[in-house]
Write a protein that binds this ligand. Structure first.
Ligand code: XMP
Length: 514
């Protein structure tokens, strides 16, 4: 049976893929397509898949800009229920002749929407709703066939419906967990409006991915960059099941690993049937990063240097393919969507140099989110020790040292990170946190130690709750734990005079400082 499908038109929004994910959480299959898919193309697709609804995603453009992405307006005549979110909401309004302009007051983050009509889309939502907004433009007026369903203090048309056609718009983001009834709103769209049947269950991804890796790599050899994080570890185990000893796992110690990490990785992967090569590249990475302060440049240098090390190993073992544990957010945030803004260059995506000596790059996890990777890892029977680890960025501590990198700073932030981890884990808070770590910032401050003036480094403690890293909230760590962390860091690391706690959500901040 063909699964009921929702098409998500990608206008380049950071949350576009989150929409697809949220739809799948309701057991309805979703596919992301470019925003300019034509109505004829959609008609042709309906012969193969049951398209029950269309969602227009958000995006960074303004609809009144000359090159703003627009969908084929004929799709509104297909009689397929359509929901516009944020930019999609503004686009529908504008294509129907509504007035969309720059907002007098922009809304970023939590906002409160007054429900004017708890229609089928907003069924079950009454009164004031806590919603997540992120927009600079606003729909001020709608033409006659539309009805306003909700408004906020600064946004007169926060939700609407067409009176005759199944067309809806929401200025807020129901896909973001901070929108209190976001899941219910999407559910209303899927089941009340699109009449979907929840008949899609995630296929056995691991088995499918193993088959695909075998098909692509065939009898050739492959090297994989294994950092010890959940993504590259899962990709490694998956690939070792696919091609066995044709796989060489390369663990590059670039010098920016956490305390105890190189030892942990080496001992953990000894138990698997693969060839494992550790490379001590500490000196060459530090050399290449000498004096570099720009975060994007740091990431690019690290990305390139990784590839150079992999190429050297590949030449030694006769490998033609490079495998990476790249996941969806790495790709989205590196700005690889046609209209999406680049947030930061994930080292394993845009950090890859234009010329590489590999026949191809294989990325079996590139369509998955972190929590999905965790589920695959569980299926592969990876130990909890690995599955439950907090994510750690490929460039490691290098993107947690603001400004230029020196050996002294690496040592300081590594010790501070170990203390943060120890204390958070000892207090039992770790299990519910997405990440918790230390950052060393680029300014020294005055302190007093042992009755004498001290002038030393500042450490930032960052701890977050998140579901998939696309959004995150800073964790409300008890003061007692923060106090213990600060006391230990300033006592045990003589170079540190001050410890501060980062209380910024993502967005507007990102999780890592660089
Ligand atoms: P940001 O800082 O973009 O991080 O909010 C989102 C998640 O991705 C991790 N991260 C990376 N992971 N290579 C990686 O493998 C990278 O270059 C990279 N940069 C950030 C980060 O730790 C967080 O979990």
């Amino acid at each position: 049976m063909k699964p009921d499908t929702i098409l998500v038109l990608d206008f380049g929004g950071q949350y576009c893929h989150l929409i697809g994910r949220r739809v799948r959480e309701h057991r309805v299959y979703s596919e992301i397509t470019p925003y300019n898919i034509t109505s004829n193309h959609i008609k042709a697709l309906t012969k193969h898949i049951n398209i029950k609804g269309i969602i227009l995603s958000g995006g960074p453009s303004s609809i009144y800009e000359e090159d703003a992405p627009k969908c084929d307006p004929m799709i509104f005549d297909l009689n397929i229920p359509t929901l516009g979110l944020c930019y999609g909401h503004q686009l529908i309004a504008s294509l129907y002749g509504g007035r969309v302009e720059a907002a007098k007051k922009r809304e970023y983050g939590i906002s409160y929407a007054m429900v004017d009509s708890p229609d089928d889309l907003l069924k079950g939502l009454t009164g004031i709703q806590k919603v997540w907004m992120s927009h600079g433009d606003t729909v001020f007026e709608l033409p006659r066939p539309f009805q306003i369903l909700a408004h906020t203090k600064n946004c007169p048309v926060a939700a609407f419906k067409h009176r005759e056609k199944p067309i809806y718009g929401l200025q807020w983001h129901p896909e973001v967990i901070h929108t209190e009834n976001g899941s219910l709103t999407l559910k209303n769209f899927l089941f009340r409006i699109c009449h979907c049947v929840p008949n899609w269950v995630m296929e056995d991804f691991a088995a499918q991915a193993i088959k695909e890796v075998r098909q692509v790599v065939g009898s050739k050899k492959c090297v994989i960059g294994l950092s010890g994080g959940i993504d590259s570890s899962t990709a490694t185990v998956l690939a070792s099941k696919a091609i066995g000893r044709s796989l060489t796992a390369v663990f590059v110690d670039h010098g920016f690993m956490r305390k105890g990490e190189p030892e942990f990785i080496q001992s953990f992967f000894q138990r698997f049937d693969l060839s494992f090569i550790p490379i001590d590249a500490r000196r060459r990475f530090l050399q290449r990063l000498k004096g570099v302060t720009d975060p994007e440049q740091k990431r690019k240098i690290i990305g390139e240097e990784f590839i150079r090390v992999f190429e050297e190993v590949a030449e030694r073992v006769g490998a033609e393919y490079l495998m990476q544990g790249t996941i969806y957010p790495d790709i989205i945030e590196s700005g690889f969507g046609q209209h999406s803004a680049k947030i930061k260059t994930h080292h394993n995506v845009a950090g890859i140099p234009a010329r590489i000596k590999f026949r191809g790059i294989v990325e079996p996890l590139r369509n998955l989110y972190k929590d999905e990777v965790r589920r695959v890892a569980e299926k592969l029977n990876l130990s909890d020790l690995l599955v439950r680890r907090q994510p750690f960025p490929g460039p490691g501590l290098a993107v947690r040292i603001i400004g230029d990198i020196t050996q002294e700073k690496i040592d300081v932030v590594r010790e501070a990170d170990a203390i943060v981890r120890e204390e958070i884990e000892a207090s039992g808070l770790g299990e519910n946190l997405w990440q918790y770590f230390a950052v060393l910032i680029d300014s020294k401050t005055t302190g007093v130690k042992g009755d004498a003036r001290a002038y030393g480094h500042t450490i930032v403690v960052r701890a977050l709750e998140s579901k998939e890293a696309m959004t995150a909230s800073f964790a409300k760590i008890p003061y007692e734990t923060l106090e213990k962390i600060a006391t230990r860091i300033t006592n045990e690391i003589s170079e540190v005079t001050r410890v501060v706690y980062d209380i910024t959500h993502k967005p507007p901040a990102t999780i890592e400082w660089e």
